[in-house]
Design a protein around this ligand. Sequence first.
Ligand code: DUC
Ligand code: ZN
Ligand code: ZN
Length: 484
Amino acid sequence: MTRYDLILRNADIATVGDRYRADIGVREGRICAIAQGLEGSAAHEIDAGGRLVTPGGVDGHCHFDQPTSDGSRFADDFYTGTRSAACGGTTTVLPFAAQQKGHSVQAAVDDYHRRAEGKAVIDYAFHLIVSDATRDVTQRELPALIEKGYTSFKIYMTYDDLKLDDRQVIEVLATARRHGAMTMVHAENADCIAWLTEQLLDAGLTAPRYHTSSRPMAVEREATHRAIALAELVDTPILIVHVSGREAVEQIHWARGRGLPIHAETCPQYLFLSAEDLGLDHEDPMHGARCICSPPPRDKANQPFIWNALASGLFTIVSSDHAPFNMQGADGKRVAGENASFDRIPNGIPGVETRLPLLMSEGVLAGRLDIHRFVELTATNPARLYGLYPRKGTIAVGSDADFVVWDQFGEGEEKTIANGMLHHAADYTPYEGMKLRAWPGITVSRGRVVWQDGEFRAEPGSGQFLPCLRPRAPNAGNPLDKWL
Ligand code: DUC
Ligand code: ZN
Ligand code: ZN
């Protein structure tokens, strides 16, 4: 009789292409059989009881324990960050090894491995952040790192300590093209933000709500258009990260219409939060800082545009952009003091645990997204984009045994989000009080049950580092050919 380590029985399995009832047999962390009435026994059997089962989430954009330049500290390290991910149904995360100006990218990678080792509870890969695109970096370091499994990098068009100018962007894109890597672009125009910020501060408009005024949609729209044009010039795909506004969406739509390979990511904060959340009346003048992130949440009328663009296929992935800073204490949102102006408040909000439940409940169960699109956006596409598919991002024989068994709640029995039930180390969630109709009941990561019945069960260090494959073939051809 065939012996498995784990059998999940009576699963209602949903992948990008299929939905069917079957049992899943797991051995040595991999799925080795999927069948109806699977024969054999296992050390551990779970009856899914017909519940929905989706691939473990792949969060293609989150920040854990990343060094900062303003004295602030991310609330989550690799232990609490990956624990939170696992309890929210995510089994693979891709945080960022961030180069510091004047230092090598390799130094950031080495440092980031030290931060992850012995702590991560689910599997992880690294994106690189390239903040100093010297010739040595683009010609030598990046190609060597791509070879070793770091096949995606993020570049910034804003933030003084990170931003690249257009020439540097082009050099990075050319490296990505030559070596088959993926470039992620933070598209906001730095000079526009600097000028608007100065005007606001001069006028005494310093409260958290003015963060949104300093980064209006035009700022994102212009940089998105420029990033698209630079990628077209170099003839290489890019991913625009954390797309927030309908005007940036229009640019991506336009690019797709021209047949350009422009991918796009959005995040729950642009579906569920709005500019109003930064300006709510509250006894704590810093209350709005809870929702300060960049790009900022837009007006409420923007949300349906993002939902429509998700359903229609414009977006490639949904990530959390989990970037948690505590509201209390002196090393989080208040790092520059109690009455700091909006431009001195760390950017970022927690969300690695709530990404999938929010999207399942308000997307799939509310009829805005079909289940296959949910799987595509939250697991399959991020795995494909970053060279992890089919090991990650699907339920198939040979893939890692990463999946989520969903609990669903009827009307009047919804689960109310409260920070106390989450597993990150941040002291708030911006989604406090929201009522959801679904939550992961069980998370399995490489065959290990890491979350079941409200209990987290993984050992620190049990997650593995994943070297990524090149998402595309290298292209040594001359990009100039296109223009001659
Ligand atoms: N914006 C970023 O670009 N990164 C982290 C968090 C944020 O708000
Ligand atoms: Zn960013
Ligand atoms: Zn980010």
